[in-house]
Design a protein. Structure first.
Length: 589
């Protein structure tokens, strides 16, 4: 290290710099730390010479660097037993999550909450950060989270009952925490919130009693257990924006409007294009999102369209090609399916819809057709028909009246009359060819409704981003094991999903950093790598990495700005790394 003195017309600036050789072999230097200007230091040092003070600082930094970089010799006795009860293995993968947790200012949000509750006898930030890290690395119950957190380099300092108390406190600040972390995320870069995606899913409990949020409803996993609903907004870049938790028997369509009100009131977001699936596409929701700066894009069931619109949508004529600037129209009934297998066709029209309130909603219907999608739907149905035939061969009939779109039994019909039209006491089951033919009419078609005037291909592309929110739900359910839900009280249920939401947000920021430069590491790869980044603790010396260095670990270290993959990380260096992960810009109190 050396002291660099840079003089300008207005001031003299002092820097600590390190000399090194560039890839071309030339000797150069880079600034390690700005020590300040001579003028600034004179005021702070009470008469001490700024230059001499700076030289002392640089000498100390040089000595510290030499200490950190010295060779370590480990003395091991093959006859000595490991001390009983001594922890020797630690996980350091959480440090990459911790850096983002602090960059998002979640520690500051916890500090503000703690100030409102002056008699708080536990570290709220320590508990929330532990729950977020373990949700990603070691998902499980709150008890297991506390136990698994003891694998970390930094040990938890709380009891299980304090964890549950913290959950109740977090639930009371449910919307404020979400809004706060959104506003602080803007410091990390602009959020792409012009188009947002909203959807609901549900999570089951391993109990049979209904209570509060735990209610019987339509389980997406077809489990006969109480469920809770989770509504989630995500921005166009795939970052979670806001979420809600509702009773399991709540109608999906009723959750959208209150969530949008929260976005306006607490997030300051009013200029939105809300993109939803067909389950949330009620006319009331469309009308609510067709005023002011708000617009909607929603999936429309072709089977539920009015007769004249359905006939227009299924007509083989009048189709155009997405991405083409020309106005040429096609008749899809005479086209070669192989030649146009990858082509997406579309047609559009505006249609005034009379609502139950007597108001008229002007909306644009966009229908697409794809031979590839047609082939896929036919393949799926053929397999379902084969299952239905197998059921009939075994003598099984229709066991229920309501059947899901993926249930092969919907192609089985029950008849109570004979071939002569006489009433029969015994039901006869057979393949429902009429239903098969009816469904086949819609193969390859897909419909959207919107009030936007953008070109149809642009609307289609925006709607295609709905996979983003499905992927978010998949990560929470599959990778973060958000269900089954083990807590029982409503406030703790809300807090559980809040920690899942924050875990997804932290993970998404890490994923974005790691996958820069065209790389694409999967969720499994990233989480498994973090989980496996273990260290062997050497008393008095430091930590030896026991994980395998890979391209992914290189990207993790590059994104975080520190390295833990040296042959040994000294205790002093590890303390420095931990301090670096907890560093963020100073907040205004």
């Amino acid at each position: 290290m050396k002291l660099n003195i840079v003089k300008s017309k207005n001031c003299t600036i002092l820097y600590a710099a390190r000399s090194y050789r560039s890839e071309s072999g030339k000797s150069t230097s880079k600034v390690v730390k700005r020590l300040g200007t001579v003028e600034e230091l004179r005021e702070k040092l009470n008469g001490e010479d700024p230059i001499e003070w700076a030289r002392t600082q640089v000498a100390g930094m040089t000595a510290l660097e030499k200490e950190e970089n010295k060779h370590v010799i480990i003395d091991c006795n093959p006859m000595a037993l490991i001390p009983k009860g001594e922890q020797r293995s630690y996980n350091g993968g959480y440090l990459f999550l911790q850096k983002i947790y602090y960059e998002l200012g979640l520690d500051y949000i916890c500090k503000k909450i703690a100030k409102k509750h002056k008699l708080l006898k536990y570290d709220l930030n320590g508990i929330l950060s532990m729950l977020v890290y373990t949700r990603i690395l070691y998902p499980g119950s709150k008890r297991s989270s506390l136990e698994d957190a003891r694998k970390f380099l930094e040990q938890p300092e709380c009891a299980l009952e304090q964890v549950y108390r913290a959950l109740s406190l977090l639930a009371g600040e449910f919307n404020e925490i979400q809004a706060g972390v959104y506003k602080r995320s803007l410091k990390l870069g602009k959020r792409n919130t012009r188009v947002v995606y909203y959807d609901l899913t549900n999570y089951f409990f391993e109990c049979e009693e209904e209570s509060g949020l735990r209610q019987y409803g339509h389980s997406k996993e077809n489990r006969p257990l109480p469920i809770v609903q989770m509504g989630l907004f995500m921005d166009r870049d795939g970052f979670p924006l806001a979420m809600c938790v509702e009773p399991g028997n709540t109608a999906e369509t009723t959750t959208l409007k209150p969530m949008e009100q929260i976005l306006r009131d607490k997030f300051g977001l009013s200029r939105l294009v809300v993109c939803t699936d067909g389950g949330l596409s009620s006319y009331e929701n469309r009308k609510n999102d067709s005023v002011g700066d708000r617009s909607f894009i929603t999936v429309q069931s072709l089977k539920k369209l009015k007769k004249h619109l359905q006939e227009w949508a299924l007509d083989s004529k009048g189709w155009r090609i997405a991405g083409s600037q020309g106005k040429e129209e096609y008749d899809i009934s005479i086209l070669d399916a192989k030649e146009y297998h990858e082509t997406l066709f579309f047609k559009e029209r505006w249609d005034p819809t009379l609502m139950s309130t007597g108001e008229t909603l002007e909306q644009r219907v966009i229908v697409t057709f794809s031979f590839k999608y047609q082939e896929y739907l036919r393949h799926v149905r053929e397999r379902q028909i084969a299952r239905a035939k197998a059921l009939l061969a075994k003598g099984w009939g229709a066991t229920s009246k309501k059947k899901s779109p993926g249930d092969a039994k919907r192609f089985i019909k029950a008849e109570h009359v004979t071939a002569d039209g006489e009433l029969a006491q015994i039901e006869n089951f057979s393949l429902n060819q009429d239903m098969i033919d009816q469904e086949a009419r819609f193969d390859g078609f897909y419909a959207l409704c919107t009030d936007l005037e953008d070109p149809a291909p642009a609307i289609i592309e925006l709607n295609g981003g709905r996979w983003i929110i499905e992927n978010g739900f998949r990560i929470m359910k599959t990778d973060f094991d958000a269900r089954p839900v083990y807590v029982r009280r409503d406030d703790r249920i809300k807090a559980h999903f809040l920690t899942c939401f924050l875990a997804l947000l932290v993970y998404k920021y890490l994923e974005k950093k790691v996958n820069r430069g065209g790389k694409h590491f999967t969720t499994d790869e990233i989480v498994d790598t973090l989980r496996g980044m273990d260290f062997l603790g050497i008393p008095g010396e430091g930590y030896i990495p026991t994980y395998t260095r890979t391209d992914l670990t290189n990207h993790l270290h590059g994104s975080a700005g520190f390295r833990t993959d040296t042959q040994i990380v000294t205790k002093q260096k590890m303390r420095s790394i931990i301090a670096q992960t907890r560093k963020r810009e100073k907040d205004e109190e």
